[in-house]
Design a protein around this ligand. Structure first.
Ligand SMILES: Nc1ncnc2c1ncn2[C@@H]1O[C@H](COP(=O)(O)OP(=O)(O)O)[C@@H](O)[C@H]1O
Ligand SMILES: [Mg+2]
Length: 271
C-alpha cells in the first residue's frame, strides 16, 4: 500500500451514513436524510423519543434491514448484510435457554464452519471475553439461573467474541435496575478503554449518554431525522462529575422537550 493510500485508509471513518432513508410497508417514512460518521474508537450515543426510528436505524446499520435511500459504508465499502466486525446488543439478552453461558458466548464462533476455527481457539476466545465481563466462573450456568445483569453481560460477551470493530447497542441497559445499570456502564467503559471498540449506543437516558458518549446525537421524529449533536470532551471517568456537565444536560433537555413534546418525563428520560 502506498503512503498516501495507507494515510487515506487510516482516515476513513469506520461507518459512514449518507442520506439514509427508510420506509416500511405502506410507505410510512420511518427515518430520512440521516447523515453521520462513526470514527474508529468513537462512542456515540443516540437519543430520541420512543418511535422516532432509533431501533430501525440501528437494524439498518447492522445490515439486518434494507433501506430505501442513501448508503451505509463500513470501512469504506457498501454494507448490505450483517458483518462479523459489527457486534450487536439488544435490550433483551436473547440467550438460547438450552446453552450454558460458555456455549451462548461461543455461539457466533460456531455458526460458520467454513471459518475453520479450532475448538482450542473457540475456547480461548470465549474464555477471554467471559473474563472481561467477569463471568469466567459462571461458564457452566444456564440462562434461567442468571440475574438480568449477568444475562446482559453474557450478551455483551457474545457480541465481543468475534472482536468487532464496532458495537451497535439498542438500549442495552434500560431493563436493568439503577445500580446494575451503573455497573454495566462502567463495565462498558472499561471494555472500550482496553479493547478500543467503537460504540453506537441508543439510549433514552440523558445521563447515560453524558456518562458514555464522546458525541451525543439527538433524533427527532416524523420521519426520524438528526436534530442536533453535542461533543462531550470531558475525560473519563465522568459518572462522579456529571454536575460539571449540567449546562450540556440542560441544553439537551431543552432540545429534547421541543422534539419529544409530551413524551418527556421530568427526569429527562423520554418515553
Ligand atoms: N418491522 C416493522 N414494520 C413496520 N413498522 C415498523 C417496524 N418496526 C418499527 N416500525 C415502526 O417504525 C417506527 C419507528 O420504530 P422504532 O425504530 O422501533 O423506533 P424507536 O426505536 O425510536 O422507538 C414506529 O412507528 C414503529 O411502529
Ligand atoms: Mg427502540
Amino acid at each position: 500500500m502506498s503512503g498516501t493510500a495507507r494515510h487515506q485508509s487510516l482516515n476513513t471513518p469506520l461507518l459512514q451514513i449518507n442520506n439514509l432513508s427508510k420506509a416500511y410497508q405502506g410507505n410510512r417514512q420511518v427515518f430520512a436524510d440521516i447523515n453521520f460518521e462513526v470514527k474508529a474508537h468513537e462512542v456515540i450515543c443516540l437519543l430520541g423519543a420512543s418511535g422516532c426510528g432509533k431501533s430501525s436505524l440501528l437494524k439498518a446499520l447492522a445490515g439486518l434491514h434494507p433501506v430505501n435511500g442513501g448508503e451505509i459504508l463500513f470501512k469504506g465499502k457498501p454494507l448490505h448484510k450483517p458483518d462479523a466486525s459489527i457486534g450487536l446488543v439488544f435490550q433483551a439478552p436473547c440467550l438460547l435457554p438450552w446453552l450454558n453461558v460458555h456455549q451462548n458466548t461461543a455461539f457466533p464462533l460456531t455458526l460458520h464452519r467454513e471459518s475453520k476455527i479450532s475448538q482450542a481457539e473457540i475456547q480461548t476466545q470465549t474464555d477471554t471475553v467471559l473474563q472481561w465481563v467477569g463471568l469466567r466462573d459462571s461458564a457452566d450456568v444456564y440462562p434461567d439461573q442468571l440475574s438480568g445483569g449477568m444475562a446482559q453481560r453474557v450478551a455483551l460477551a457474545r457480541a465481543l467474541v468475534k472482536s468487532p470493530d464496532i458495537l451497535l447497542m439498542d438500549e442495552p441497559f434500560s431493563a436493568l435496575d439503577a445500580i446494575t445499570r451503573l455497573n454495566m456502564q462502567q463495565l462498558l467503559l472499561k471494555l472500550i478503554a482496553h479493547r478500543r471498540n467503537a460504540v453506537l449506543l441508543v439510549t433514552h437516558d440523558i445521563d447515560e449518554a453524558l456518562i458514555l458518549g464522546d458525541r451525543i446525537i439527538l433524533m427527532g421524529d416524523t420521519p426520524g431525522r438528526i436534530v442536533r449533536e453535542w461533543q462531550i470532551t470531558m475525560p473519563q471517568p465522568r459518572a462522579k462529575h456529571l454536575h460539571e456537565l449540567i449546562e450540556t444536560r440542560m441544553a439537551i433537555l431543552e432540545e429534547l422537550s421541543e422534539v419529544a413534546g409530551e413524551h418527556l418525563l421530568p427526569n429527562g428520560a423520554v418515553v
